[in-house]
Design a protein around this ligand. Structure first.
Ligand code: ADP
Ligand code: MG
Ligand code: MG
Length: 252
């Protein structure tokens, strides 16, 4: 489903290369975890997948269902079925969360050539999904992410993800700032989306999240490239021994 081939990318308008020959394949049905020390390029990778123009791909390619997405803008990528939940979700003042969700869902339907959702149908879908995530109707009336706590922001991201049901979800440090209860709610939300024709990339610094979202593959990112790939045991090894040894061993 996703194939990243020898990707190199730099910060736009500079010579600072952050992604340095990164290759990664994620198949349909798979949950892949990307782990790595602070500053290894995890968030940069998620921004590049989203198509932010602060970064420039200098070589390599990103294929989504066999087609390069490098020339697509962020909304085209979203319409193609890519969903990114960022480490620091954007605040959208002046737009009620409810309204934001409705627009997002209808844009997606439009891109697929489907009719707009009728309001009662929309409300029903949101109520169901929000209930599962312990999100109140009150919260949905507030502007998206404005004044939301860390946990509320993450739950709002998962709500968007559930409603849009994308083909590929990328979650950047969804666990940061979550207490155990919120972590469980968010993980249940992610797990409920598991299906043979969908894939998820979970980016995390800590192994803890992977006790709840059990990955099929674990990839270690260091200095802009994947230096080691394994299964869920690799995450446990990282937790026990830290990144330093495993990265040094991979480089040797
Ligand atoms: P991670 O998410 O793994 O902690 P990041 O992708 O946030 O790492 O950052 C990778 C490296 O790139 C860091 O050294 C960071 O300082 C640098 N970096 C990322 N974006 C920028 C930017 N816009 N300007 C300068 N440095 C950046
Ligand atoms: Mg970081
Ligand atoms: Mg990060």
């Amino acid at each position: 489903m996703l194939e990243i081939k020898d990707l190199h990318a730099k910060i736009a308008d500079t010579d600072t290369e952050i992604i340095k020959g990164l290759s990664l394949t994620v198949k349909a049905g798979e949950v892949a975890a990307i782990m790595g020390p602070n500053g290894s390029g995890k968030s940069t990778l998620s921004y590049i997948l989203a198509g932010r123009d602060d970064y420039e791909v200098t070589s390599g390619d990103i294929l989504f269902n066999g087609e390069s997405i490098l020339e697509m803008d962020p909304s085209e990528r979203a319409a193609a079925g890519l969903f990114l939940a960022f480490q620091y979700p954007m605040e959208i003042p002046g737009v009620a969360t409810m309204q934001f969700l409705k627009v997002a869902m209808n844009e997606q339907r439009k891109a697929r050539g489907e009719e707009e959702l009728k309001t009662p149908d929309f409300i029903k879908l949101v109520r169901e999904a929000a209930g599962d995530l312990d999100i109140s109707m009150d919260m949905l009336k507030r502007p998206l992410n404005v004044g939301f706590s860390g946990g509320e922001k993450k739950r709002a991201e998962i709500l968007q993800m559930k409603l849009l049901a994308p083909q590929l979800c990328v979650l950047d440090e969804t666990d940061s700032g979550l207490d155990i209860d919120a972590l469980k709610i968010v993980s249940d939300g992610v797990n409920s989306l598991r299906s043979p024709d969908r894939a998820t990339i979970v980016i995390t610094h800590y192994q803890r999240l992977l006790d709840y979202i059990v990955p099929d593959s674990v990839h270690v990112l260091s200095k802009g490239k994947i230096v080691k790939t394994g299964d869920k045991e690799l995450a446990k090894e990282l937790e026990a021994n830290g990144y330093t040894d495993i990265i040094a061993e991979a480089a040797a």
